[in-house]
Design a protein around this ligand. Structure first.
Ligand SMILES: C[S@@+](CC[C@H](N)C(=O)[O-])C[C@H]1O[C@@H](n2cnc3c(N)ncnc32)[C@H](O)[C@@H]1O
Length: 281
């Protein structure tokens, strides 16, 4: 089955900085306009290699401000209530299986030096790690990260990957993929790489609502549906919880349209079932 799925691998493409507005029944959603992605697995040279201690210090201070602002916000308290409710806890426990820790992999965080929403997103990941002992090490990759940003991420306790995995990381152990507002093809790459019950059951994705992607797929182009094939195909085996935001706060921009996604597949029946559903999309 995996061999067949690989034949459907989407063309390598990525966000080019522009957005396409797509009308939906729930209002208008912005989706990234796509262009070719760089190749996977090649060591990634940071685009801005200059080490500037003053910039590092400024960014560290800005990060501390964002972490504090988020920590004391209504959004964060609601988020904590939400993810500690029984339903979501049960899903995390199932994804953890018998492990005590769930590593966190952050893809597509964006430029934390240029954009406040990106700093708030990183702040949420860091606050989660501080709050929950079951969150393990944090690894981060985004091709836009500068040396300054890399140093600050490391000072905050994260490891920055030097290789572009194109989100094709196998969840050989429980893994929380924190991917706020990523290109649909990164979510799709991730699911394709983990297209087996054992791997998907260990995978948790924080990112743009997969259900919203399903709702807009019919209104968007055929090529979009092809690019989103695994995101659409996994819906039958998924629990999705929308992250509550408040339109009058700054956090809407950072966490709007975001959801937590958990997957549940029975290893005994999964192969036929998921294959049949996948090819009927
Ligand atoms: C739409 S932006 C979202 C940025 C930020 N999270 C936000 O909400 O504003 C998508 C991000 O994905 C990053 N990206 C593109 N290809 C990637 C890859 N292969 N791995 C990780 N991140 C990638 C881009 O550089 C960009 O920062």
């Amino acid at each position: 089955m995996l061999a067949s799925a690989k034949n459907l691998k989407p063309e390598n493409t990525s966000f080019n900085g522009e957005w396409t507005s797509v009308p939906t029944g729930l209002g208008s959603i912005n989706f990234p306009t796509l262009e070719p992605l760089p190749q996977q697995g090649i060591p990634w040279p940071s685009r801005h290699n200059v080490v500037d201690p003053e910039r590092q210090l400024n960014l560290m201070q800005e990060m501390q401000i964002c972490i504090n602002k988020l920590k004391h916000s209504q959004f964060y308290h609601t988020f904590l209530d939400q993810i500690q409710n029984t339903q979501i806890v049960d899903n995390f426990v199932r994804a953890l299986d018998s492990e005590l820790k769930m590593q966190m992999v952050i893809y597509g965080i964006g430029s934390i030096e240029s954009d406040e929403p990106c700093r708030f997103q990183l702040s949420l990941a860091i606050l989660m790690k501080r709050k929950f002992s079951w969150i393990g090490e944090i690894e981060v990759f985004d091709p836009v990260l500068s040396t300054t940003e890399t140093r600050v991420l490391e000072a905050l306790g994260c490891s920055v990957l030097s290789v572009n995995e194109q989100a094709r990381r196998k969840a050989l152990k429980p893994t929380f993929f924190f991917m706020p507002h990523c290109d649909i093809r990164l979510y799709n790459n991730l699911l394709q790489e983990n297209w087996q019950a054992e791997l998907l059951n260990h995978t948790v994705v924080f990112g743009n609502s997969f259900k919203l992607h399903e709702q807009i797929a019919s209104k968007y182009t055929r090529s979009y549906s092809a690019e989103a094939k695994h995101v659409l195909g996994v819906q039958k085996f998924m629990n999705e919880f929308r992250i509550k935001t408040f339109s009058d706060e700054w956090f809407g921009g950072a966490f709007g349209d975001s959801s937590l996604h958990f997957f549940y597949l029975d290893p005994e029946i999964e192969l036929q079932c998921i294959q049949a559903y996948f090819f009927s999309v």
